[in-house]
Write a new protein. Sequence first.
Length: 242
Amino acid sequence: MIPLWLHALSVAMLLLGLCSALVIAIDESRAPQHMWIMNVVWPVTALFGPAITLWGYFAYGRLAAHDAMHGSKRGKASGKRPTPFPIMIGKGAAHCGSCCALGDIAAEWLAFAMPGIAVWLGWPTIFSDKMFAVWVLDYIFAFCLGIVFQYFTIAPMRDLSFWPGIAAAVKADTLSLTAWQIGMYAFMAFAQLYLFRRLFGVRLEVDSPEFWFMMQIAMICGWLTSYPVNWWLLRTGIKEAM
């Protein structure tokens, strides 16, 4: 049985994530990001990392607002501090993670609404647990969204046409997204197979607050595992700094 305190904490953390995303979205409506895709990245990242994302957005995300960027080019914002490289890496990891978050949310709810999808993806013929089959769908959705997000980041910055832009997006996002998903999968496996089944004697279900609270923590684990990969991608110029 799931403890009452854990249920209350799960609901509170989900509400905190939603409120944080709303605060950022409202602020972006007044001061849009210079790179439009970041208007999506920041609120989505706030869904699973509300405190650190709010700090990061108001400390550094505001520096990339459209008006601030143009003011800087005209010499009006020369007093603004530059974004440190570790923060650039964190933003790059969050850029990747927002695709993973949106992809996982869509895939998990789709598999919940249409259980036959898990069967098509190998449950129980290949995978003994439905969770592993759904992870295949998670990765497919996250990867497709990741390529879209990277394309609309890299193509304008490098002035690339469609196919070269897609190729650059695949090159920039594959390792980062895979590293993120590994961290996320590792924690969700721990939460599902050990924490809830063995300790609480229940299965995590998609329609429960506890599932999405665990997913919030899993996304943070994904950010941590993708951080060193994004460090390398930015250092080598494969991925663009944001």
